[in-house]
Design a protein around this ligand. Structure first.
Ligand code: ADP
Length: 482
């Protein structure tokens, strides 16, 4: 199908156009050559006719009637070019009275050139046609005004067979060149079309395999042109699909794992509490605390998954209001104080006096802080340090969370805000936390930048503009409402 349509298009757009041009060239040059040769012959006959008419005049002036006739006969019969041009003398009655060879003339042959010359002002007549024997000739008649004579006109007749043969040869030569050009165009065009069609077909096959789920399928790049570039793009697409499929599978397995851990703890404690008949209050409280904490963890994870799914569906929305960022950051830090102490990780946070009030979604921003601080603790080892700072600069509020944890390798760093991406599989987590956080901060027109050195630590810098364009939109809406 592809071969047919590309070849067809090439045939119409390229080959057919070249064919028409060559046809026009052959026809046009044939016409020009034909005209050139015929008009050359005609010119030369006319020239001879003019010169012979002046010779006839000279003869008539210098000779008596009878000697004129004799000298004319001698002149005609010994005409130098008589092998290929026939010279005739025509009497006043329109009959041929003398001829240099008589090779062509027969009584029944008409002489339209003579008739034309009779009525033409310059006394010249011209004719191209066939004799009764089928021979093609050109004839020119020139009237001669000789007083008292039996000659009224001189006529030159030349056979056109040789001229026609010459014209035919030339046109044939041009046609052969044209056919050779067409053949070359056809061969090179078909090779060219084939060189495109074959890789395109391979690309189609590979793309279908990829669409069918075979993400390992790759296309061999055969040329260094646009088709080659397309092969590379499709291979890149397959790489990306393979990668995202792998990340998705890892995501499913890590989420299942994440869900199972708290469920196991909840189930274990619930069964312990049911089975133990004489349990004491302390054990029961301990069990209930674990159940409550693990349930909290589960619902946090489910919330994160739901947020992620809302972002994917484009149904993730924020509730903007004037808010104090420090209050949310303080709360997030406080939430982790206990856990950090348990993990022997020091949290250093000197709350600044105040920060400008911003326009944002306080719950979502708190969620971002929780996520970033959680990561900082999660990817730090006991004895580590997490330093949190908040300050305003250049119309922006910046919050930095720097840890002395495992760090991120330079290869992984550009990917870590990508959904499902996990650089470190030894720690719990679904790989969507940063993707969700990044989306939330982007919706606040801010950014999350991450600097990290492997085995040294990571610094996450959250930047939020103090003047949020959403606020202006809302203010304008309020004014127009009034
Ligand atoms: P996860 O739930 O796996 O932590 P995130 O989206 O929050 O998912 O983070 C993506 C990945 O980025 C993590 O798997 C981890 O490899 C890396 N990462 C994030 N924060 C840190 C950090 N503070 N230190 C080291 N690695 C980090």
């Amino acid at each position: 199908m592809a071969l047919k349509s590309i070849a067809q298009r090439w045939f119409i757009n390229s080959f057919a156009v070249i064919f028409v041009i060559l046809l026009a060239i052959v026809t046009g040059s044939g016409f020009v050559i034909h005209n050139f040769y015929y008009s050359s012959v005609r010119q030369s006959l006319k020239y001879r006719a003019n010169s012979v008419s002046s010779t006839v005049l000279q003869y008539s002036e210098n000779a008596s009637n009878s000697s004129f006739y004799t000298s004319m006969r001698d002149y005609v019969e010994s005409f130098p070019d008589k092998d290929f041009v026939e010279l005739m003398a025509i009497d006043p009655y329109g009959n041929v009275s003398m001829t240099s060879s008589g090779f062509s003339y027969q009584k029944k042959d008409r002489m339209p050139d003579y008739n034309e010359a009779l009525s033409a002002p310059d006394g010249t007549g011209y004719y191209v046609g066939r004799l009764s024997n089928g021979q093609k000739i050109m004839a020119v008649t020139q009237m001669v005004s000789v007083v008292n004579s039996e000659i009224s006109a001189m006529r030159f007749v030349v056979s056109l067979e040789n001229v026609d043969a010459m014209i035919f040869q030339l046109i044939m030569g041009i046609s052969i060149v044209a056919v050779a050009v067409l053949a070359l165009v056809l061969i090179s065009g078909l090779l060219f079309v084939k060189s495109i069609v074959r890789p395109v077909r391979d690309i189609g096959t590979a793309a279908r395999q990829i669409a069918g789920g075979d993400f390992k399928s790759r296309i061999q790049k055969v040329s260094n042109d646009e088709v080659g570039e397309l092969c590379e793009t499709i291979n890149f697409m397959a790489d990306e699909l393979e990668n995202s499929e792998k990340m998705k599978n890892e995501f499913i397995s890590s989420v299942s794992h994440e869900l199972r851990t708290p469920l196991t703890a909840i189930k274990g404690w619930a069964e312990t509490l049911i089975d133990t008949e004489n349990y004491d209050l302390a054990t029961m409280k301990k069990g209930m605390r674990v159940i409550s904490a693990e349930t909290e963890r589960l619902s946090g994870m489910v919330e994160e998954l739901l947020d992620f799914s809302r972002i994917q569906n484009g149904r993730f929305s924020l509730v903007f209001q004037k808010m104090d960022l420090l209050a949310e950051l303080g709360e997030a830090v406080l939430m982790y104080a206990e856990k950090a102490k348990r993990d022997n990780i020091e949290i250093i946070y000197e709350e600044p006096e105040m920060l400008p009030v911003i326009y944002g979604d306080k719950n979502r921003l708190r969620q971002v802080f929780i996520n970033i601080i959680d990561n900082a603790i999660k990817y730090s080892d006991p004895g580590g340090r997490v330093k949190i700072d908040a300050f305003a600069r250049d119309e922006k509020i910046m919050i930095t969370v720097a840890d002395s944890g495992c760090g991120i390798s330079p290869d992984d760093l550009p990917m870590i805000k990508t959904k499902f991406f996990k650089a470190n599989h030894t720690r719990r987590g679904s790989g969507i936390g940063l993707a969700v956080a990044n989306e939330i901060i982007s919706m606040h027109h801010g950014s999350i930048d991450i600097e990290s050195t492997l085995n040294v630590g990571t610094t996450v810098i959250i930047t939020i503009p103090i003047h949020n364009p959403e606020e202006d939109i809302e203010a304008n809406a309020a004014i127009s409402y009034k």
